[in-house]
Design a protein around this ligand. Structure first.
Ligand code: UTP
Length: 478
């Protein structure tokens, strides 16, 4: 039996915190299982759990947002939509210079559980490209690698996993030979886990010797960057600009020089891309300002009438949809992910069906929510940041996530959006491509991101290409 003094004092601290049930079956476990439970329990911050329970579970947890003074956030419109073309040119030049100077890293959050997709494995290993069925990770690797080649600089890539998928993620990169990148340019680190609790605030056991723990949300990336030493590594590498995107969105411009430039020229600590909402009640967060502070208001926190409000010209007033594409200043990450109490991201509560071990030691799989998971959201960093910059992006150039197995935001819609994008790139380069009214080409083909990372890159590469392949079904341009 694992009976060391340290173990006894750990068990005692759980008992004192009213969480002694975590060790209810300790005596029934073999030595190895006991050691595993002790190790897992020792990662838990009991005072954090106590305040989460107080605030979100047993307290009144009235988190209704005060809507007083809420306005749509200003943003830099695309030149095609009335934005200042000279300003975009200047941003492009500034961003390109920062990239050439090696100041920029890519950053992917890939610690989620991807339950909606229902795929057995890290989501980044899901195949998504229309012809060669490249995985999400390979697509990002190729875009990052191509951008590095284009700007003649190293672009390190930081990838946040969680304990649940870390090993499988690293194994996929090993197996894929880092998809053409240098192994030393890819940096993995794991995010934190938080225990799930029942409606009395008691930490749940997933097994007799295992606590039910879940990743602390994409907002957990800030503290994970600091705690894992990733941010110190960035400092060592001379990186101060961090291009953030999520693992489920292969359309994203992983490295967008104009976005980098707006961030730098605006002296911004946290920049964001917005896309105009597809329709008034689209289920996205809204970029807003309130008393001079920028924030993202979730659709669930904004009354429908407000989401549907129109301006004098008839356009949707709260039009800025958040698509989880950001740029972080490294110094800001150091502060917001550190211990500064005034810069802490809040946790949110999510009610879930959490399988658990009951007092009799039986495993129960509930058919209704029985407990609470806690998560931080990355966009909650916005009110904490100085000089936040928001720029407009065209949805078709930046956002088509794979969230669900079928229907909206599914592998099918994402493959079609990639095809539309490839067709647009070819048309922009002067080729004719037969498409339907939605821009979907009549044949299936693919442009490898080793060839071009974005449309401007494609036009340059294509026009420099001597022997151009004829467009045909199944063609892979690489
Ligand atoms: P989602 O909100 O879509 O969550 O994550 P998810 O866990 O991937 O999927 P579902 O809800 O279970 O179906 C958006 C992005 O944030 C990352 C995900 O990996 C994805 O890139 N994420 C989410 C984390 O890195 N950690 C988390 O704790 C949660």
């Amino acid at each position: 039996m694992n009976n060391s003094e340290a173990t006894q004092s750990l068990i005692q601290s759980f008992e004192q915190a009213g969480q002694g049930q975590v060790f209810a079956f300790f005596d029934q476990l073999d030595a190895e299982a006991q050691a595993q439970l002790v190790e897992q329990a020792s990662t838990i911050d009991l005072s954090e759990v106590a305040s989460l329970v107080e605030e979100h579970v047993v307290g009144s947890h009235d988190s209704t947002l005060d809507l007083e003074g809420l306005e749509p956030a200003p943003y830099k419109a695309l030149p095609a939509n009335g934005g200042d073309a000279a300003e975009w040119e200047a941003a492009l030049a500034a961003g390109s210079a920062a990239l050439k100077a090696g100041r920029v890293a890519a950053f992917t959050v890939a610690g989620g559980q991807g339950t909606r997709l229902g795929y057995d494995g890290p989501k980044g290993t899901y195949p998504v490209s229309p012809v060669s069925k490249k995985t999400l990770f390979q697509i990002f690797a190729e875009k990052v690698g191509r951008s590095a080649e284009r700007f003649g600089a190293r672009i390190p890539w930081f990838i946040m996993t969680s304990q649940i998928n870390h090993e499988a993620t690293v194994a996929a990169f090993e197996e894929g030979n880092y998809f053409g990148l240098s192994r030393e340019d890819v940096h993995f680190f794991s995010q934190g886990l938080v225990p799930a609790v029942d409606y009395q605030g008691k930490i749940l056991l997933a097994e007799k010797g295992k606590i039910a723990m879940t990743p602390d949300g994409h907002g957990g990336s800030l503290r994970a960057l600091v705690r894992s030493g990733a941010v110190a590594k960035m400092k060592e590498l001379g990186i101060d600009v961090l291009s953030y995107f999520q693992v489920d969105n292969p359309i994203v411009q992983c490295i967008d020089p104009a976005f980098v430039g707006f961030h730098i020229l605006g002296n911004s600590e946290l920049s964001s891309k917005m896309v105009p909402k597809a329709y008034a009640l689209e289920k996205v967060g809204h970029f807003c300002v309130q008393n001079g502070t920028s924030l993202v208001v979730e659709y669930s926190d904004m009354p429908n009438e407000m989401q549907e409000e129109t301006s004098e010209d008839g356009s949707i007033r709260f039009n800025g949809g958040s698509v989880a594409i950001h740029i972080f200043d490294r110094g800001f990450v150091e502060r917001a992910g550190g211990d500064a109490a005034d810069l802490k991201l809040p946790f949110h509560r999510a009610d879930k069906k959490i399988p658990f071990v009951n007092a009799k030691g039986e495993t129960v799989t509930p058919d209704a929510p029985n407990g609470v998971k806690f998560e931080m959201f990355v966009f909650d960093a916005l009110p904490l940041a100085k000089n936040p910059v928001i720029i407009e992006a065209a949805r078709e150039d930046d956002f088509s996530p794979v969230k669900n197995a079928e229907g909206v935001d599914s592998p099918k819609t994402c493959a079609e959006d990639q095809l539309r994008m490839f067709a647009r790139w070819l048309k922009a380069a002067g080729e004719s491509v037969e498409t339907d009214d939605s821009g979907l080409p009549s044949i299936t083909f693919e442009i490898s991101h080793t060839f071009a990372a974005d449309q401007a890159d494609f036009i340059a590469q294509w026009s420099a290409l001597g022997d151009k392949p004829a467009l045909s079904d199944g063609l892979l341009i690489q």
